[in-house]
Design a protein around this ligand. Structure first.
Ligand SMILES: Nc1ncnc2c1ncn2[C@@H]1O[C@H](COP(=O)(O)OP(=O)(O)OP(=O)(O)O)[C@@H](O)[C@H]1O
Length: 601
């Protein structure tokens, strides 16, 4: 069921290298100055934090002001009050530096993620239909939202947390060594001993948390598919079965989450025991040294504070590493989208479209097989000349290749062989923008956006005035039902146009195409969803739109194409007959057979 793009195989965990995060640099580079600022603030905060235990040491060793002040130490011979004032000043500097760093780093995270999201989205919009055949929309959406959020966490907090912890760890270690080298060595030995089991269990937690995320994604993918198919689910009364299927997946994700939580709980117990054990052990040795007079109370106290800082630093680093690994996977998936090359390549130096009021089209020995079915020619040796302003109907049995011809004209796919030219210019030489600007299409299953009727029609030409929109609407007989809507043209048409009938959707699409006013009009079963009465009305509108325009019409019901100049009959990827409706009936071929089935009844 899960379709995957060929470029996004299910990668093994090991290939998610943290170095992938380097791919994010282009999105961070514009904000170099802020990154530097954040770094300075980070250094300031860390340095301040590392001074605090020193201040405490002096305070304790000075007997809280009772004994004579030693002239040495960080705060020298300050009075008790000045001591506390200095401490408070340190705390204030620390607070300001932390707040400033938090703001700057979060800003960078939000900004870079927003840029990344927009860049990926813009890239996806440029992909050819082939891309969307193999990549599920849900997958793209989850990359755009889920993966970018993970990256935001890393850029907007984890990296700075990691750096802070690294400073805290390294600075703390140095200060531990300076304070008491003997205790420091003991501490180091203990930490090394305990690090290994923590590291192993930590890896296990990471694997399990990835697994649990995958299970959640499975459940959401299922829900996404089913929610989009609700009418079908209800028509076949599959609600209980679907609810059951979803709840099974939710149960699996619960079970995985609990397994992770269990391991994580064990890890927490181990870490707390390790940290507290080390601190207590060091305190115990330290207390003996203090009793023996080889160490001051202040030194011991500051040593414990540094040890706590170091332990905190290590804990955070482990967490940040986990985040970074997850973000590396996310970055990899996003960069794949960002670097995906559209299957349709634009000409390096596109030519300017010929300035003719109408379009002539030539299919020259066109052969085409869909990439997904390379061995089967959907079109084979198609040769067809369409004169400027001519209207041509494409008829033939289902699967004959009529829609494929439209897809090739729009350059959703490139021909496998032969060429297509508009006004003598190969369409591969034109820019996609100029080519498609020249074509207005009414598809079989028109798309209505969740916007007002006015905006839906204006999609054909975004700079059209309200009057122009209403004119197009009148021509397509849209006004007949829009006037009856509660807010007229401003009525919201609902998500995917669910508040409209099939025929109404088609008429909106026709109005949209008419508004575009392109030289080439393509209608794919444009009136199939209309009742007989509105079909006649719309046919009149279409006739007006077709006047003076080259028009290609795909039709199953031959009655709708009796007015065209020529009919092209297709079968199994070939053109089998061409001629006026009357000629073709006289020839007694495929068209005559279809016509006698449909028209003579
Ligand atoms: N995206 C695709 N990938 C692979 N094969 C495709 C694809 N789209 C269409 N085909 C195949 O190409 C052939 C021609 O399809 P096409 O849609 O052009 O037929 P049609 O004449 O428009 O049919 P209908 O009248 O039913 O719309 C069919 O055999 C179809 O199965």
């Amino acid at each position: 069921m899960a379709r995957r793009s060929p470029s996004a195989p299910n990668r093994p965990v090991g290939s998610r290298k943290v170095s992938t995060l380097r791919g994010l640099w282009p999105f961070l580079r514009p904000y170099r100055a802020r990154i530097a600022l954040a770094f300075v603030l980070l250094c300031l905060a860390s340095a301040t934090l590392l001074l605090v235990p020193l201040a405490f040491r002096d305070l304790i060793d000075a007997g809280f002001g009772k004994t004579a002040q030693p002239p040495t130490g960080l705060l020298g011979g300050l009075s008790l009050n000045d001591h506390f004032l200095a401490l408070f000043a340190l705390a204030s500097v620390w607070a300001l530096a932390v707040a400033g760093r938090y703001y700057t780093v979060s800003w960078i995270g939000e900004r870079a993620t927003a840029d990344l999201r927009s860049a990926v989205y813009a890239r996806v919009l440029r992909q050819s239909p082939q891309f969307f055949e193999t990549t599920q929309t849900g997958e793209v959406l989850s990359r755009l939202t889920g993966d970018t959020t993970l990256i935001q966490t890393v850029v907007g907090s984890s990296i700075s947390m990691g750096l802070r912890s690294l400073f805290q760890f390294a600075g703390g270690m140095v200060m531990l060594a300076v304070t008491s080298f003997h205790l420091f060595s003991l501490n180091l030995g203990l930490m090394a001993l305990l690090a290994l089991p923590i590291f192993v269990i930590g890896r296990k937690v990471r694997t399990l948390s990835r697994e649990s995320q995958d299970r959640i994604a499975d459940a959401s993918a299922l829900a996404g598919e089913i929610l989009n198919a609700m009418p079908t689910v209800q028509a076949y009364t599959q609600e209980p079965a679907e609810a059951q299927r979803f709840s099974e997946r939710t149960e699996t994700s619960f079970a995985t989450a609990i397994r992770r939580t269990r391991v994580r709980a064990a890890l927490t117990a181990l870490i707390i025991t390790a940290i507290m054990g080390t601190i207590i052990f060091v305190l115990w040795i330290g207390a003996q040294q203090v009793a023996a007079g080889t160490m001051t109370e202040g030194q011991l106290f500051s040593f414990v504070l540094y040890a706590a800082l170091v332990a905190g630093g290590v804990g955070t680093l482990a967490e940040v590493w986990g985040d970074a690994m997850r973000a590396a996977g996310a970055t990899e998936r996003l960069l794949e989208l960002l670097h995906a090359e559209p299957a349709i390549r634009e000409a390096a130096t596109p030519i300017t479209p010929a300035a003719s009021p109408q379009a002539a089209i030539r299919f020259d020995h066109v052969r085409f097989a869909y990439p997904a079915r390379a061995q089967l020619n959907a079109l084979d040796d198609i040769c067809l000349d369409i004169a400027p302003g001519e209207s041509v109907a494409l008829v033939g049995p289902s699967g004959a290749g009529k829609t494929t011809l439209f897809q090739l004209l729009l350059r959703y796919y490139d021909v496998s062989d032969g060429s297509i030219a508009i006004n003598g210019q190969d369409i591969r030489q034109l820019s996609l923008h100029n080519l498609r600007k020249d074509i207005a299409i009414v598809p079989q299953d028109p798309v209505i956006f969740s916007a007002s009727a006015m905006e839906n029609i204006r999609y054909g030409r975004s700079d059209a005035s309200d009057d122009e929109v209403i004119q197009a609407a009148r021509a397509a007989r849209v006004d007949e039902f829009i006037d009856r809507l509660p807010e007229g043209y401003q009525t919201f048409l609902g998500e995917r146009g669910t508040r409209l009938s099939g025929g109404q959707r088609q008429r909106i699409a026709i109005a949209r195409a008419m508004l575009k006013g392109a030289r080439l009009l393509m209608l794919d079963e444009a009136t199939s969803a209309l009742d007989a009465e509105s079909e006649i009305l719309v046919q009149q509108g279409l006739a007006a739109a077709m006047a003076g325009r080259t028009t290609l019409i795909i039709a199953h019901r031959l009655a709708t194409v009796q007015q065209v100049d020529r009919i092209v009959v297709m079968d199994a990827g070939h053109i089998v007959e061409i001629g006026t409706p009357d000629d073709l009936r006289r020839q007694g071929g495929l068209y005559a057979r279809l016509a006698s089935l449909q028209l003579d009844l």
